[in-house]
Design a protein around this ligand. Structure first.
Ligand SMILES: NC(=O)c1ccc[n+]([C@@H]2O[C@H](COP(=O)([O-])OP(=O)(O)OC[C@H]3O[C@@H](n4cnc5c(N)ncnc54)[C@H](O)[C@@H]3O)[C@@H](O)[C@H]2O)c1
Ligand SMILES: O=C(O)C[C@H](O)C(=O)O
Length: 358
């Protein structure tokens, strides 16, 4: 073998061994034992989300809880021939059992909007539900990562934080508001406007998860796009009103469930990859944050790791349009955070939610 051939052989052997190592790591990361629990598993989001988590190779145990109907959902989903073992738990007396040993708890429990309502109109019912469920999380699986889907997310995440503080278990790195649907929508709408492949488009969406607090950063989109002010305005508004678009189309039968289950599964898998030690897992999510002074919770790009939040990334440069959007959301977001905090600090509601017949 001449020197050149020997060099190529060495380089090829090194690449091959790196590939073997990467594959072995990916195998061990996906074969790690991970228990995922869904609270509200019988709902419009809960059912398809249960199916998607059952299909995930990252999940070894799936616990499904709701106040009613979960044995049926669990029996149904359990017949899918994938790795996760499924068990259903119904009724408050079984909540603790369901949560035991959870690595990740996903909470889509609570009432959805009807046409004409804001997300904040759900506060009175959902605040108590989230408080009750997080109290049980603190007691039964205080180290689990918690993904909050229940609206109004801008307030329910601060509610969860206060509940965990009260019980002495709060770790800001383990609590997340799920804002992935805003990112999913912004990608889809931009791809459709610019005739791009939706699965190849990415951009951050920052702020919170309600109206003007949802701020897509089209200036940071990949691939780079050039948008007229009219296009930018239309895309921003459509992303901010995406939830309302679905609520109107469903005409009284609830809000986004299927796209939300997809977005919830994407975010849950990102959390599991982080826990499993996969490098550079980055998602936008609403967490305790100091990236924007005065807003103690904020959604922006976060690197996920073995303990939850590994690093909250800088916002990067914003266009003048986006800077104005950021200023415009501040008052509303601040009030929603305070409302959530005060709910728990002043004694909360303690509501468990009404039983729903299915
Ligand atoms: N974060 C987001 O992007 C996003 C997107 C869509 C919907 N949502 C919110 O998700 C929530 C659920 O929406 P949905 O369409 O699935 O509603 P749904 O009414 O279809 O389902 C909610 C489920 O929660 C259950 N539930 C009520 N109280 C409970 C309790 N104490 N413990 C356990 N389960 C309980 C109900 O029995 C029901 O099965 C709503 O608040 C909605 O606004 C958030
Ligand atoms: O709009 C809603 O009420 C549900 C959810 O927050 C959404 O964005 O679809």
């Amino acid at each position: 073998m001449n020197f050149r051939a020997a060099g190529i052989f060495r380089a090829t052997a090194m690449e091959a061994s790196k590939l073997v190592l990467r594959r072995a790591f990916a195998r061990s990361a996906s074969s790690a034992k991970r228990r995922v629990v869904i609270l509200g598993a019988n709902g419009g989001i809960g059912q398809p989300l249960s199916l998607l988590m059952k299909l995930s190779p990252l999940v070894s145990d799936l616990g499904l809880y709701d106040i009613v109907g979960t044995p049926g959902v669990a029996a149904d989903v359990s017949h899918v021939n994938s790795r996760a073992q499924v068990a259903g738990f119904a009724g408050e007396e079984n909540l603790g059992k369901c949560l035991k040993d959870a690595d990740l708890v996903i909470i889509p429990a609570g009432v959805p909007r009807k046409p004409g309502m804001d997300r904040d109109d759900l506060f009175n019912v959902n605040a108590g539900i989230v408080q009750t469920l997080c109290t049980a999380v603190a007691k039964n699986c205080p180290k689990a990562l918690v993904n909050i889907i229940s609206n109004p997310v801008n307030s329910t995440v601060p509610i969860a934080a206060e509940v965990f503080k009260k019980s002495g278990t709060y770790d800001p790195n383990r609590l997340f508001g799920v804002t992935t649907l805003d990112v999913v929508r912004a990608r889809t709408f931009l791809a459709s406007a610019k005739k791009l492949n939706p699965s190849e488009v990415d951009l951050p969406v920052i702020g919170g998860h309600a109206g003007a607090t949802i701020l897509p950063l089209f200036s940071q989109a990949s691939p780079k796009v050039s948008l007229s002010t009219k296009e930018l305005d239309a895309l921003t508004k459509r992303t901010q009103d995406g939830g309302t678009e679905v609520v109107k189309a469903k005409a009284g039968k609830g809000s986004a469930t299927l796209s939300m289950a997809y977005a919830g599964a994407l975010f849950a898998e990102a959390c599991l990859k982080g826990l499993n030690g996969v490098n550079n897992v980055i998602e936008c999510t609403y967490v305790e944050s100091s990236v924007v002074p005065g807003l103690s919770f904020f959604s922006s790009k976060v690197r996920l790791g073995k303990e939850g939040v590994d690093e909250i990334l800088e916002l990067g440069s914003l266009s003048d349009y986006e800077q104005k959007g950021l200023e415009a959301m501040k008052d509303e977001l601040k009030k929603s955070i305070e409302k959530g905090r005060k709910f728990v600090q002043s004694g909360g509601g303690g509501g468990g939610g009404k039983k729903k017949k299915k």
